[in-house]
Design a protein around this ligand. Sequence first.
Ligand code: KIV
Ligand code: NA
Length: 275
Amino acid sequence: MKKTIATFQQMKDEGARISMLTAYDYSTARLEDEAGIDGILVGDSLGMVMLGYDDTLPVTMDDMIHHTRAVSRGAKDALVVADLPYMSYHLSTMQAVENAGRLVKEGGAQAVKLEGGAAFVDEVRAITRASVPVMGHIGMTPQSVNAFGGFKVQGKSEAVARQIIDDARALEEAGAFSIVLECVPAKLAELVTKAVSIPTIGIGAGAGCDGQILVYQDMLGMYSNFTPKFVRTFADVGASMREGFASYIAAVQDGSFPAAEHTFAISDDVIEKLY
Ligand code: KIV
Ligand code: NA
């Protein structure tokens, strides 16, 4: 059965932990969905893991819609959330609503995510008013990499920690259905999770959140540029792919692939006529 934002709230209320992963294409979404994932995020991390950019800033609305469409077709049960990319909601509430609407109408997403807390409550309210559920994202928000001076843990000082708690409260108050907490100290994430009644989804934020999310290439050993401290390799699919590719190349080179069973037959009569 299709999971909804109500499923997420019910899971928090019952103390059941929510599992989320990113996906950017049909086949991966399908595999995650069949495994029983609760939610799939079409993250703007696709700029890095799918497109090879150094950060998420170059990702466009067209990129997001293209990948969201594919994921929506593969996610039978999982809630599909799509990221609003950098500069797609910063100019005005009107721009934010229009682009959130595109992710739903053209991409088939059930909800959108944007980075920011108290500073973006007008956008969260406006998008929610258009009946598009919004997931907030606070702590280390990658679209602010230049403002932060790098991908760094946020909320170690009292001032920033307090701001993160205030941001979470402001997001809930503005109508967000859930909040991603990225790279914040585990004890702060626990405090935030208790401070709001909507589910928190952590990444690098410890086990005290209501749910967890990871970029799938990170947890499958498929993105070797950089492995953050908070990642566990659940299956080394990257190594399997490298092995698979290498044995294919070797089999092509030594002529053992394709074998007879991989070929199509033609009758000898027809072949004779061709001579
Ligand atoms: O883009 C993304 O993958 C994300 C998650 C890491 C939360 O925003
Ligand atoms: Na993102």
